[in-house]
Design a protein around this ligand. Structure first.
Ligand SMILES: [Zn+2]
Ligand SMILES: [Zn+2]
Length: 96
């Protein structure tokens, strides 16, 4: 058996390149999956499927008190306020 260290190295390089590629694809935020009903774009196919099953066509019930960000769930508004209005009190406004 002849040892081929260059092949090992080559494979490692290939793997790390692939990982980098996958990671940069996730972080670049390119929306490649679009809901066929409302054309909303998602970076992740599973998120799009979840949207189609649980969100699409259902009007939001809550919104952010500091901007017009709507949401179907109060906990999403909490997360939004924490992220986008970090100095403000955390609460939500009911639309319906
Ligand atoms: Zn949709
Ligand atoms: Zn807001």
């Amino acid at each position: 058996m002849t040892k081929k260290p260059w092949l090992m190295l080559g494979e490692q390089c290939y793997v790390s390149l692939r990982m980098r590629y996958t990671r940069s694809k996730v972080y670049s935020g390119v929306k490649q999956h679009f809901c066929p009903k409302c054309q909303r774009g998602y970076t992740d196919r599973n998120n799009m499927i979840r949207h189609m099953r649980h969100q699409c066509g259902i009007p939001p019930k809550y919104k952010c008190p500091y901007c017009d960000h709507p949401s179907r769930f109060s906990h999403n508004v909490y997360a939004h306020v924490r992220r986008h209005h970090p100095q403000r009190d955390i609460y939500y406004v009911r639309i319906s």
